[in-house]
Design a protein around this ligand. Sequence first.
Ligand code: SF4
Length: 369
Amino acid sequence: MFATHEAADGRLARIRIPGGVIDAAALDSLAAAADEFGDGTIEITVRGNLQVRGIEASRVDEFGAAVRAAGLASDADHDRVRNVAMSPFTGRVGGLTDLRPVAQELHARLVGASWSTVLSGRFWFGLDDGRGDVLARAADITGAAIDADSSVVVVGGVRVGERVAHTDLAAAMIEAASAFAEIAEGVWRVADLDDRRHGALYERLGLRDETSPAARVPESRVGWFIQADGRVMLGAVVPLARLTAQQAHFAAAVGSPITVTPERELLIGDLDEAVADTVVRVLAPLGFVFDAQSPWTALTACTGAPGCGKSLTDVRGDLGLHVAGLDPEAGPPHPEHWLGCDRGCGTPTRSHVRVLASSDGYIRTARHG
Ligand code: SF4
């Protein structure tokens, strides 16, 4: 049985993308499944995962089979351990090292371990290639590069153990996760451990006095970036972080792996310059936004009505109307996140203005990242 969640508009399926990287064929298959079984769109989440809404209960198994055939789900017991976030530019633009091989090894080790099934769906791993962008998101366990050769493990924001070679980082993170799983006794996240179990975990892993590597809120990844190998990485957003099946099919047709970021960007890398130019010409008219000055790089929303039964209003529709009324020459506004209730789904980590629906209209409050 493929796990889905109940929502006001049908079943909701979350597709966890380890490391945020999805290959073109898998994206193409997911687009076809979203079209056939869901509402025809793929949503990008603040976790850098994907979700499909509006699936009829009677078709969940067919949808699940399509997702598994595309290699986008592990067995039911291990699907939760696909929660691995990684510096989206790693190995291509900037950073101290390329953590993509570490992400693959970490995922393989987690899926291969019987104890990992006790980790909750909220527990997640981060891989930070030294720029601080993943550390800024406070994963339960983060492997963070500190120079070109070595990394450290950060558990609940605190550095543990000795520095390790990047090639040993996945094993060191697995050791930390296994220690947590033994101690957790049903607790979901490192931050939720009581003092006794916190102490036991850090004693076992070897707390370090050294300061943990610095966290930094990332710059926008929207636009045209030159990779270390001279090729091009394109970064885009789509309005409301909703990728239509048609948009996904066209992005997949480029043939390069696509990286999904927690800032809800889509990165298409490893492109020759002429190909990148063509990709922009084809995808921009379809609604991909490659302009870092666009309001859509700064304005996000929760699902809202009608998809969410808790919402006071159609938040996405309201935000769409708001954007349509903005001066296109004015540049990107200060980041805002629009919400249909105070549960705060999809709240970004960066500083922003929370725009919360109320019976008297929207209420604006500054939130610091
Ligand atoms: S913030 Fe509230 S209204 Fe928006 S999706 Fe979450 S529960 Fe629904």
